[in-house]
Design a protein around this ligand. Sequence first.
Ligand SMILES: NC(=O)c1ccc[n+]([C@@H]2O[C@H](COP(=O)([O-])OP(=O)(O)OC[C@H]3O[C@@H](n4cnc5c(N)ncnc54)[C@H](O)[C@@H]3O)[C@@H](O)[C@H]2O)c1
Length: 263
Amino acid sequence: MSSMEKLFDLEGKVVIITGALGLLGTELCQAFAEHGSHVVVIDLDPSNCERRAADLSGKGTRTLGLAVDITRKDDVERMVQIVTDRFGRIDVIINNAQHKPEGFFAPFEDFSLEDWERVIAVNLTAVFICCQAVGRQMLKQGSGNIINVASTYGVVAPDHRIYIGTSLGCPAVYSASKGGVIMLTKYLAAYWGGRGIRVNAVTPHGIYNSHEKHFVDNFSSRSPLGRMCNRKEVVGAFLYLASDASSYVTGHNLIVDGGWTTW
Ligand SMILES: NC(=O)c1ccc[n+]([C@@H]2O[C@H](COP(=O)([O-])OP(=O)(O)OC[C@H]3O[C@@H](n4cnc5c(N)ncnc54)[C@H](O)[C@@H]3O)[C@@H](O)[C@H]2O)c1
């Protein structure tokens, strides 16, 4: 292997991915498994986690599927124990899960406190819980790599005009939770920087998932690249941040938005 290939080598790394059964999580699991990492599939449904992990394993890739509600501190601590018992270490965690309750698209004036609290619990508080539990293990190892999944709407406000005439929207709680994730990322990068742990964020934007045409048209006309994101186009940012190619990068929010936040 050349020294350049070594920079991007992810073989044998133990990578935990939360929200692993969702749109982006599915792509991340596949990508890391293809790069020879040992992938830990974390989501809510036990049999689907196990099935996905079994589908990914092979070619030296060892996988594990676990149902963990990441809002529950005890369950997350148990996850860390199970993963370290099985693999001996944790190299990377990708905090990717999100919660979208039924009332997610309600107008701000009608948005329920219960939904606000539940979204914050999964999108932000659970990132704290996972960083804390996994961070303790990484401190013992003297190395580790945390990648939090943020959003453009944690960086800029949504342009609400793109949702007019569609069934979609972006609630304030989503922006608030993702803004919190970006600052938690920077805080921990500074806090753990001298102890071998890098902490970065990736900000995806508008991943196409069979959205209604009117929305796709609105979105595309507002996007500098003139289109939504193909789900495979976000993955490279995670592979880069998880690898030694980014060894001097910490506290960064890598924005993959087709230029959305440039104007
Ligand atoms: N899809 C996009 O266009 C887009 C854009 C910007 C940012 N993001 C971010 O990317 C990440 C992934 O987005 P997605 O579209 O793949 O999401 P998704 O809704 O498809 O998947 C989220 C997954 O998280 C899981 N989950 C929810 N609560 C959980 C809990 N308590 N414990 C464990 N797992 C739980 C769900 O079961 C689901 O499988 C999210 O953080 C999202 O905010 C997505």
